[in-house]
Design a protein around this ligand. Structure first.
Ligand code: ZN
Ligand code: ZN
Length: 327
């Protein structure tokens, strides 16, 4: 019956003439109308669903909003009446999101592929970084590689050296230009099911995790997620700014990168930024004996191994040509 109605409807509306109306009674026409409106309703529902799904995709302004909201949580946390145990939970959360997720996983593994990792470690890196609101791993890696390809020049997604606006704005992740919808990124995601799901449903995964913690316990939400996320986001943004402005240089690189001891202590060794810009494919940022790299120590403790010399990308340009995760 449906097929019959669908066959008649185009003839009536396309031709304008009531082709079948001699046979079709008023009842048939009345049947055709609801069918068209059903199609419209279906199209509207699909459009609505597509729009809902687009809200789950990664977006710099939404990450910026989370940065501000969790920053507010960081300020109110000391007045929440929590016992000292919760501060240990926050420290552990900062280690998981900031060290395992951001520094080791996103930066040294996904962006620079400076060491090999088994599947379990790759999954751990992915969720530690993603739930820490750093963004999806491969999208972040694409953005970070652009920073190395054009440091402190036009096209650098987060340099403050070219800012026409106040420098404090460089601390706001919502202003970054991450290129989440780049064609090449979409091509790489096509071959990686886990990364594709994390990218497509990014804010669904993050929101679901945060709400689950909130449903269990308010303190767990505050100290187990909001405070560690705030520390990870604000300190990573500070690192991207400070380690291109203050500190000393071991290498004369073509950028303004610097080594900053207090930033290295705060952010798992990431403060040895001039060393890193000079040797981006190196998993260990330490060059002098006093430059302790906590992230490198954790990599060693996890039993992960650097790439063999013949497989390691020699320069960032080589690793860019290779493509993330394509090997
Ligand atoms: Zn840099
Ligand atoms: Zn890097």
């Amino acid at each position: 019956m449906n097929l019959e109605l669908n066959d008649r409807a185009p003839a009536r509306f396309a031709g304008g003439a009531a082709v079948d109306n001699q046979h079709a009674g008023a009842g048939d026409i009345n049947h055709a109308r609801p069918d068209i409106s059903a199609n419209r309703r279906r199209a509207k529902a699909m459009k609505f669903l597509r729009r809902c799904r687009s809200y789950l995709l990664p977006s710099a302004p939404r990450i910026g909003a989370i940065q501000l909201a969790t920053g507010a949580a960081l300020v109110i946390a000391p007045f929440s009446g929590a016992t000292w145990h919760w501060y240990l939970v926050a420290l552990f959360g900062y280690f998981m999101h900031g060290c395992i997720g951001h520094s080791i996983g996103y930066h040294r593994y996904f962006a620079h592929r400076s060491f090999t990792a088994p599947k379990w470690a790759e999954v751990l890196f992915t969720f530690c970084g993603a739930l820490g609101c750093v963004g999806p791993p491969l999208a972040w890696s694409f953005m970070h590689r652009r920073h190395h390809a054009r440091p402190d020049q036009n096209g650098d997604p987060y340099t403050a050296h070219l800012y026409p606006r106040p420098h404090w704005r460089a601390l706001f992740l919502g202003d970054y230009r991450p290129g989440y919808s780049e064609k090449r990124l979409r091509r790489v995601l096509r071959n990686q099911p886990l990364q594709r799901v994390v990218h497509r449903y990014y804010f669904g995964i993050v929101g679901g995790y945060a709400l689950a913690l909130l449903a269990i316990d308010w303190y767990l939400f505050l100290f187990g997620w909001a405070v560690p996320v705030a520390l990870t986001l604000w300190i990573s943004a500070l690192d991207a700014y400070a380690a291109h402005h203050w500190g000393y240089r071991n290498y004369q690189t073509r950028d303004a990168s610097r080594n900053l001891w207090w930033m290295a202590l705060l952010f798992w060794g990431e403060g040895w930024h001039n060393n890193h810009h000079a040797r981006p494919g190196d998993w260990n940022f330490r060059q002098r004996w006093w430059e302790f790299d906590i992230g490198a120590m954790v990599i060693t403790a996890m039993g992960l191994r650097p790439f063999a010399a013949d497989k390691k990308p020699a320069t960032i340009h080589e690793s860019r040509r290779e493509g993330i995760g394509e090997a």
